[in-house]
Design a protein around this ligand. Sequence first.
Ligand SMILES: O=S(=O)(O)O[C@H]1C[C@H](O)[C@@H](O)[C@@H]1CO
Length: 633
Amino acid sequence: TTVSVDGTAAHSIPPLLFGQMFEASQYGDGGIYAELLQNRAFQQVKPNIIDALFGWAPINGASINVIADPIPLSGALPNSLELTIPSGSLGQVGFGNEGYWGINVNASWTYNASFYYRFPRASNFSGKLTVMLQSSIGVVYANASVPVSGSTTAWMQVMVHLTPTSSPVSTTNIFTVTVDGASAIGETINFAMFSLFPPTFKGRVNGLRMDIAQACFHLDSTQTLYDMKPSFFRFPGGNNLGQSFSTRWQWNATVGNLTDRPGRMGNWGYINTDGLGLLEYLYLCEDMEMEPIMAVWAGYSLDGASLPENDLAPYIQQAIDQINFVIGNPATSKPAALRASLGHPEPFHLQYVEIGNEDFLASESYMYRWKDFAEHLEATFPHLKFIATSHPFNHTLDPIPKQYDNHVYQTPGWFAENAFYYDSAERNGTYYFEGEYAVVSTNASDLFGKPFNGRLVYPNMQGSVGEAAFMTGLERNSDIVFAASYAPLLMNTANYQWSPNLIAFDASHVYPSTSFYTQQLFSLNRGTEYFPSTLPLENGTLYWSVTRDAPTNTVIIKIANTGVTAEEMLFELPFKSVHSTGNATVLSGSATANNSPETPNAVMPVISQIKTGKSFSYTAAAYSVNVLRVEAK
Ligand SMILES: O=S(=O)(O)O[C@H]1C[C@H](O)[C@@H](O)[C@@H]1CO
């Protein structure tokens, strides 16, 4: 295949072309949000049933129960853990938390543990609580003791540091709070708002798990989100934006002290602590130099009963408040004043606001929901850009959206066949955000089925190469495609509801996938301008796109070979002088090769030198994603 490259750039590469989509799914808690204790504050659970204790277990005969505390710690946290020490108790008696399917005990870390306790009835008990990190069979790695007295019935806060003496390989460890049983027989103590944090990304309080968020810039170590230098971060959903007005995500319930956050039954089958709330998301964007693409809930109900038009006003106001929390002026807006009081008086950077999520599922009501939200928000924030979420190619909305968010989950073949998806889109001032895309299955007739029927648990090379083929099309059409992100981003290997995901993790490891490396290859090699070239064959197996990074005079050629055979290519460059050597970064493997906990580094990018020149040949291996870089001017 001969590829001749035009001499003039067709358009610049938009600054947000590659980014991340995130929502609290398959465990943002215990994942990117670094809280280590599951069910830390008994949020949203029904008291006095055993299920309310998930994540917790009694130790050595203790009696524990979640109660609706007559004197709750806060209005947002009505439940407490009631510990009663039974007669005959001996040794350390109390309770433990198993974490989010394990706790990573690392001797080089100092952990911050905290909780509140109160004696519901004054007593003359005077003793101490022992706070520990230990293995599930009782090997103690760290402990701290806290003197307590039953003389007061007021809530007392405990904060202790735990520094383990060793780093067990196993993460089957527990966080425990115990008391010397014999000395506390008959005592009852209520507990609330536990928290255990490891060190966090950039040391932020209530922050992010380092190995998931931390940047390591060399390819042979744990790769993470920041390492692909995403330019935007879409949040809070996705489905987790909420699929009914009563369960919607509400910004104001996710900011302020953790004791003021009630938590919420998310849309992925578990209770979100909302410890990763709006302000934490904004700090995440700021720390990782990403632009937020923030969604507001727009009256949508998956059960079809969207809010009627004349009920929208309070929710439009809530959306205005959410946006003002991000960019408002503290002198004129209460939400902005709240932001200032929480430590960030300056507005955050925000350009794009998405109105709803996947509203093609409720497109009739979106006619008025889009209209009322867009008109009110545009009037209030004239400089913001609003993204519609219904199908882009049937203009039924008024005002006509200037941006659409397009989602697609398909097979490897679909992605290769649709590399030209945007080529024929009208250039009429409409811009496209490919907000969610991924190869999810090899079975077109059961895309969201089970692994035995084609669903991918982890991305594999065949899928990632299909995505790469599609991404060459996004790059070619980035005059109208302004942003794109694979979805979903993260999954806890111990408990997930959706697969595949870009990055998998467990309590102590991060597993970047072949699709992560594909995203990273495109994101780290964007270039600043797109150069047209011989077009790939539609429905062929070989796809490419050529960009140039003007500041470094580097030509960048991205190639996806979705076929089973290596392909010889001849490149003809229009530049006067082209360096005789360049480099190729290649991700390749068998169709089903994947990175998983069993084979974490099965497929990694490999860099090598290649011969280049005004015209040069290059062989793209079967099932490979290739990025060639050569200096030229
Ligand atoms: O069932 S789906 O609609 O395909 O769910 C998808 C689309 C939704 O925005 C996101 O939350 C989810 C997986 O990323």
